[in-house]
Structures are given as C-alpha cells and as structure tokens.
Design a protein around this ligand. Structure first.
Ligand code: PGA
Length: 245
C-alpha cells in the first residue's frame, strides 16, 4: 500500500501563505511514490482545494461535527467539508481531545458522519508522557481505538504520542514498531480482514532528518506532519522519504 504523507496545517495560513504553500507543494508533488494530503484551516479549504484540483495532492479538514446540519454555531459538517473539496478529515487530534474535551464516543460519532459524507477519516490516538512513563501506552491506545472507531470503520489511523507533538522528540524506531504492531493487531481484532487494510500513520515531530527512518518501520503507513508541513520543501522532502508501496 502506498504511504500517505499528510500535512496538518493547524491554525496557520492566511490567504497568501496558504496559496504559496499549496502552489509549491503542487509543483513538487508530481511523480512521488506516495499519496499526499494537506489539511488547511477551514477558511482556506475552498481556495486550496481549487489550487490543487487536478493534481495528485488531496485536501482534508481538521475536524467536523457529527451532525449533518443544524443549530451548531461555529461548527462545520462533514458534508460541508466534502462540498468544499475535502476528501479526508482529521478526527480526535490530541489538541482537540485536550482543548475541546473531545471523547472517544464523540470521535466515533464524527467518524460515522465523515464516512457517510464520503470522506476518509483520519482518527488520531496516542498516549501522554505520563501514561507512557507509567507503562500504560498500549492500554490507552487500545482503549482509544475501541472507543473511537465505529463498526465497519474504513479510513486511516494516526498514532501520535502526545509528548512528541511539536516538541522535536520522536518515539524510537523500536517504540514505533511495537506500537504500530499493537495497533495493527487491535484493528484486525476489531474490524476483521478490513483491519489489515487501514493505513497507520505516525505523527509527532516528523522532519526531513528523521522521516526515512520512521517511514521504514514496519506497519508505518505514512506520516501526519504538523510543523514541517508548513514549509513546502520540508514537506516534500518527507514525501520523498516515503517507502514505495
Ligand atoms: P508536529 O505535529 O509534526 O508539529 O509534531 C504533528 C501533529 O500534531 O499532527
């Protein structure tokens, strides 16, 4: 399976910056041996999707509401994301779990809505530093998987240890291999044969300098990249490090 290199722009990108970044990524994307995705903030979805139309780079949202429409001030539905040109949506990112009180059950409902709207959900899981120090990482991640993935889930899972996000620290190759192997087993137990087809991304301080090592780890199906996805040359360098599928 081709690896997926996904950029999570988080709350970055005024119109000019977003257009410049999308244009540079489009220009460098042709011929890469991986799938590419960028997830700009909501306000830049329509222009970025327009700029990337007809290219090999897909566009995604960073969150959606579980309902299709209604009185939900400030929220965006999965169908609205699809209408804006998105094909993917990141769900349950640790920043949303921490800052917006998102629960596994809430993420699960959003995943159902995303799939119903024709989007591919990218469901994020990962332990905090304290949980890893206590030796609870597989228990935490296992619980997030069973709570956040609906029956019949089809999509992507991103393993993002919270302590590695934006910190410059990454999990070791051995830790990534152990966790991705654990996630694969959990997915197959939970989803049957379909669980073997789910791409499992690694996220947390992925940079050009560590990408080829992380992307070579068994069961790593790509990367979810935050900070380095805001610099086109870095994002493309990570994409060039992907293992041909
Ligand atoms: P980072 O963010 O690459 O800046 O660590 C990753 C993420 O939060 O998805």
């Amino acid at each position: 399976m081709r690896q997926l290199i996904a950029g999570n722009w988080k709350m970055h990108g005024m119109g000019g910056e977003a257009a410049a970044l999308a244009g540079a990524i489009r220009a460098g994307a042709a011929g890469l041996a991986c799938d590419l995705l960028v997830c700009p903030p909501f306000t830049q979805l329509v222009p970025v999707a327009g700029m990337l139309a007809g290219s090999t780079v897909a566009v995604g949202g960073q969150d959606c509401h579980a309902e299709a429409k209604g009185a939900h001030t400030g929220d965006i539905s999965a169908a609205m994301l699809a209408d804006a040109g998105a094909r993917f949506v990141i769900l349950g990112h640790s920043e949303r779990r921490a800052n917006h009180g998102e629960t596994d059950a809430g993420v699960r409902a959003k995943a159902v809505a995303a799939i119903a709207a024709g989007l591919t959900p990218i469901v994020c899981v990962g332990e905090t530093e304290a949980e890893r120090t206590a030796g609870w990482e597989t228990g935490v991640v296992g619980g997030q998987l069973s709570g956040s993935l609906p029956e019949g889930f089809s999509g992507v899972v991103a393993y993002e240890p919270v302590w590695a996000i934006g910190t410059g620290k990454t999990a070791t190759e051995d830790d990534v291999a152990a966790m991705h192997g654990f996630i694969r087993q959990a997915l197959v137990r939970q989803l049957g044969e379909a669980g073997s087809l789910v791409r499992i991304l690694y996220g947390g301080s992925v940079r050009p300098a560590n990408a080829s090592v992380l992307l070579a780890v068994p069961e790593v199906g790509g990367a979810l990249v935050g900070g380095a996805s805001l610099v086109a040359e870095d994002f493309l360098a990570i994409a060039r490090a992907a293992r041909p599928g």
